[in-house]
Write a protein that binds this ligand. Structure first.
Ligand code: HXC
Ligand code: NAP
Length: 273
């Protein structure tokens, strides 16, 4: 459907998206704004977040950007207070700030491990916790951004996978505690998404990209729009009975290696059906 004819199902709603100066989270913020929400976004860099806010909407009455580090609870809390005083009670929160790099555990410094845990896991606690007193209750929908590695081990990702595993559990615990008050909490688990910093870091060459695609059941990267569509579903009434879930939007990543090459029967390997 052409976006011009897409219903503005979030008209009157207010969203905060953390880690939205680029990539998947910026794509989500843009999608929520197109659906009618007023959107506040935050990340560390004042310059990057201002450019991103104008990419969400050129109108400051529809989109505002705040510079805040998710590791700093007071800074995050201030973003929610300022958003609520400007736009009103908050209906939608997306916690997606993250840091990652490839690093064998034996070469990873304690501070490198701690840094990723602090941005991803503690940052997600800070964002969701700081939002709580400003949420529209009942009705608010919160979501964290996790990854297949939060449930399935992979090489050279001990730091990020540990953080994402914590995010999965945090999401479920908050869903239990906050559900009775009318707040839903879910997570989205993207697979490899084209045109992102994450994939630039984790599959930096065309050869690595081809190898990774060949292992996926759907044999291709996803798009930022694929993830934004799941986020839109999670903050719409169509998902009103869904809480505490991790929704995989990952081309089959969570299924494991679907290349089959090494284990194929000899006839198949020779190209015979
Ligand atoms: C090993 C590294 C490293 C690397 C940094 N460190 N980069 N160790 N390999 N490539 C170590 C540093 O040496 C230092 O430890 C510690 O990490 C902190 O580094 P800083 O540069 O001081 O940290 P900071 O400025 O806070 O920056 C955080 C960052 C950075 C994560 C290191 O890359 C960043 O800002 N990233 C944000 C953008 C990003 O990563 N986007 C991709 C998200 S994709 P020492 O001991 O030297 O002090 C994603 C996909 C998940 O999350 C899917 C799979 C699970
Ligand atoms: P990205 O563009 O680098 O996005 C990360 C964002 O987090 C940036 O806006 C960055 O902005 C912000 N950020 C980093 N550290 C921060 C901090 N301490 N405080 C506040 N903001 C901070 O990466 P992406 O690849 O799109 O990833 C987005 C999300 O999807 C992440 O949660 C990632 O783990 C998840 N994910 C991505 C993939 C993929 O294929 N890319 C796959 C699975 C999961 P500043 O630098 O301005 O702070």
């Amino acid at each position: 459907m052409n976006d011009a004819f897409r219903p503005r199902i979030l008209e009157g709603k207010v969203a905060v998206v953390a880690g939205a100066s680029s990539g998947i989270n910026l794509g989500i913020a843009q999608h929520l704004c197109r659906a009618g929400a007023r959107v506040a976004i935050l990340s560390r860099s004042a310059e990057r977040i201002e450019v991103a806010a104008r990419a969400v909407s050129p109108d400051p009455a529809e989109a505002i950007g705040f510079a805040a580090d998710v590791r700093d609870y007071d800074a995050v809390s201030s973003v929610f207070s300022r958003t609520a005083s400007r736009f009103g009670p908050i209906d939608i929160v997306v916690s997606g700030a993250a840091g990652n790099f490839h690093a064998p555990a034996a070469q990873l410094s304690p501070n490198g491990f701690r840094t990723v845990i602090e941005i991803d896991l503690i940052g997600t606690f800070n964002v969701l916790r700081a939002s709580f007193e400003h949420l529209r209750r009942p009705g608010a929908s919160l979501m964290s951004i996790t990854a297949p590695g939060g449930s399935h081990p992979s090489m050279f990702q001990s730091h990020a996978n540990s953080a994402k595993a914590g995010i999965n559990m945090l999401t479920k615990c908050l869903a239990m505690e906050w559900g009775p008050g009318g707040v839903r909490v879910n997570a989205i688990s993207p697979g490899p998404i084209a045109g992102t910093e994450g994939m630039a870091r984790l599959a930096a060459t065309p050869e690595r990209e081809a190898l990774l695609k060949g292992r996926l059941a759907l044999r291709d990267y996803g798009s930022k729009r694929d993830i934004a569509d799941v986020a839109l579903f999670l903050c719409s009434d169509n998902s009103r009975y869904i809480t505490g879930t991790v929704i995989d939007c990952d081309g089959g990543s969570a299924l494991g290696d679907a290349s089959g090459d090494a284990l194929a029967p000899p006839a198949l390997a020779a190209g015979k059906p």
